[in-house]
Write a protein that binds this ligand. Sequence first.
Ligand SMILES: Cc1cc2nc3c(=O)[nH]c(=O)nc-3n(C[C@H](O)[C@H](O)[C@H](O)COP(=O)(O)O)c2cc1C
Length: 323
Amino acid sequence: MLHVEAKDLSVQKTMSYLLGGVSPRPIALASTISKDGIRNLSPFSFFNAFGGNPPTVAFSPSRRQRDATTKDTYRNLVDTGECVIQTVTYSMVQQVSLASTEYESDVDEFVKCGLTPVKSDLVKPDRVKESPFQMECKVKQIIPLGEGPGSGNLVVCEVLKFHIAEDIFKDGIIHPDLIDTVGRNSANFYTRASGNAIFEVEKPIGRMGVGYDNLPEFIRSSHVYSANNLGQFANSEKIPTKDEVIQFAESFGRIEASEEIFHQHSTHKNYQMMLNVALALRQSKHPKSDTFIEQAAKCALECNDTVFAWKAALCADLPSKEP
Ligand SMILES: Cc1cc2nc3c(=O)[nH]c(=O)nc-3n(C[C@H](O)[C@H](O)[C@H](O)COP(=O)(O)O)c2cc1C
């Protein structure tokens, strides 16, 4: 581990650690307008939402690292107290990157990056048509976080009006595959938050997981289960009883079993058959049968069948029968 006090780091190093370690960050594409009516559009990844009542978002147009001067967006926010913040999606990321160019203050960045301005209803700055999620905002507070190069200016905004494309909803929620947002990592890296990057973790809300401390030692010390697998076991509300496990194990019929058959089922993530084969191998005292049982349980966990996984895992603790 690298252990270092922040006071001993250069601003550049500090920024590079923050950008890499606090990532991926959502990106606000902030539309503002100067007091002379010049439109400005810039991305900010020091950004997030902080509450729903009232709806509150905040972002930070920092002082420039080279000379500690403030950015056009910051000055517009101070002068006008309004902005529109839009979510950045994959289909617009190159244009958004272009909008981060430091054009002179009198340049309309909508024109430069080719994104389309649309009139807002409650604030003066325009919205960006290409973004499926737009928030008309009024500035509630600007908190300067320093005066030097790289110092942040936390701009706290209240959302007055949302504009949301209807085609990003699925089953009543904004679905990650449909909104297809991008996040910012270190250097020039971005994350596309859809497709294979998306996975679900069941919420432990309203129930009490048994906890790590209640996991049987033979499960905790297994070389097959990952830390995430153990987390899934520990998130379950109850551990099956011995009788339940015996009944479960007896429900599997006798089948032809071999390592090869086990691996065939494993390729297809057929965890029921994997366990069936593993139990059959256990009866013939196959040396790898307990590992195979754990692999079947692991596969069930990874298919989100935690009830099956628990019972399968506990089969490894049953006394093996004589063949
Ligand atoms: C994806 C992305 C995220 C950025 N995030 C920030 C940020 O959080 N804070 C910041 O001050 N600059 C950030 N920048 C740089 C600004 O967008 C850039 O300085 C821009 O020119 C500021 O424009 P302005 O002077 O017109 O306000 C980011 C740039 C990109 C491409």
